[in-house]
Design a protein around this ligand. Structure first.
Ligand code: SF4
Length: 347
């Protein structure tokens, strides 16, 4: 059995839809009890159940290795807690804040860096917590940008999103509202006209950043959902996570970046996978990521080049991690084919 009309959430349901063999149910039920599971009908539709290495299944179907903890794993891998002035907010950089409006998602990704905090039924910020978060933004005129995150903000109703965007729009010094979401790809039917209108803020720039890791996630319906934002004047960027067995070869990564650009979505970030608990089997090394970025630059248009970044543990923020083409003393530059050149050239 393959298609489903509702989101799959238990090991039993995964078994019924041929995503896991019956003999693995008990171990996967243990994983599901530890970390939330959700596979939407849109994602179930594109999983090839005959392929044990399917890159979509690998992102959403639980794996017994998630119960293994590596010594490097951390509950809060990017150090959100240390920079949270009020509930639901992370204020790490001077000019922007992250507002985690809800701790639920449409799907639960096996590599999620907030996997200890997100899950079904965790709901949105309470009205009092949201009011405190908005008060923090109002009190800090240096906050130029507010990033709506979670969880996935687009699981909220259009009405609730409209209220949040309206509150932010009323703050003069906030000029940009950025929404990070996986919903246009994993539940494209949610991107209704009402939801698109809810995100349009008067006199503010709104950006939607799509989290997508494989070109197959950009189905016809997903592309149509993204086009609804872009045609309404909301530009889109993308963020992807470099994942072993999902997108860690240049053809797969290049195909994803090209698909995004063809959809008018500018590739923005390629994240090195965070040290989230039970995700060591999905992480690559940084050297592997840098080699992929070099190969990407050699073969694909400049439009297809995301920034490869690492969120430094303990809350030290994001840094680009190369590769670097300029020698340490600034006099030798490497080209896209790996050849080195003196700069400036000798007379
Ligand atoms: S959608 Fe984002 S927050 Fe939700 S599980 Fe996936 S990575 Fe985590």
């Amino acid at each position: 059995m393959k298609s489903a009309s509702t989101t799959l959430r238990s090991a039993d349901e995964l078994c019924e839809h041929a995503l896991v063999p019956r003999e693995r149910i008990s171990e996967l039920a243990e994983v599901a009890a530890r970390y939330a599971v959700a596979i939407t009908p849109a994602m179930l539709d594109i999983i090839d159940t005959s392929d044990p290495r399917d890159p979509i299944a690998r992102q959403f179907v639980p794996d017994a290795r998630e119960l293994e903890q590596s010594p490097q794993d951390r509950r809060d891998p990017i150090g959100d807690d240390a920079f949270s002035p009020v509930e639901g907010m992370v204020h790490r950089y001077p000019d922007r804040v992250l507002l985690k409006v809800v701790n639920a998602c449409a799907v639960y990704c096996r590599f999620c860096f907030r996997r200890e905090m997100v899950g079904p039924g965790r709901g949105g910020l309470s009205p009092a917590a949201l009011a405190a978060a908005l008060a923090h933004v109002r009190a800090h005129p240096q906050i130029w940008e507010v990033i709506l995150s979670g969880g996935d903000p687009l699981v909220l109703s259009a009405r609730r999103l409209k209220d949040i965007v309206a509150s932010l729009s009323a703050i003069d010094h906030v000029k940009v509202i950025r929404v990070h979401t996986r919903v246009p790809a994993v539940a494209p039917e949610r991107i209704s006209g009402a939801l698109v209108r809810a995100l349009r803020a008067r006199e503010k720039a709104t950006f939607v950043v799509l989290h997508v890791n494989h070109s197959r996630e950009l189905t016809k319906k997903a592309r149509a959902a993204c086009a609804r934002f872009i045609d309404a004047g909301i530009p889109m960027l993308s963020q992807s996570v470099l994942l072993r067995g999902v997108n860690d070869d240049v053809e797969t990564l290049g195909a994803l970046m090209r698909c995004l650009v063809e959809c008018r979505i500018k590739p923005y970030y390629l994240h090195h996978a965070d040290l989230a608990p039970g995700t060591a089997h999905l992480r690559t090394t940084i050297a592997e990521g840098q080699a992929l970025m070099r190969a990407l630059r050699g073969r694909y248009s400049g439009l297809c080049q995301p920034a490869y970044v690492l969120d430094i543990p303990d809350g030290h923020g994001k840094s680009p991690i190369g590769p670097n083409y300029l020698g340490e003393d600034g006099t030798v530059i490497e080209d896209f084919q790996g050849r080195r050149h003196q700069y400036p050239p000798r007379a």
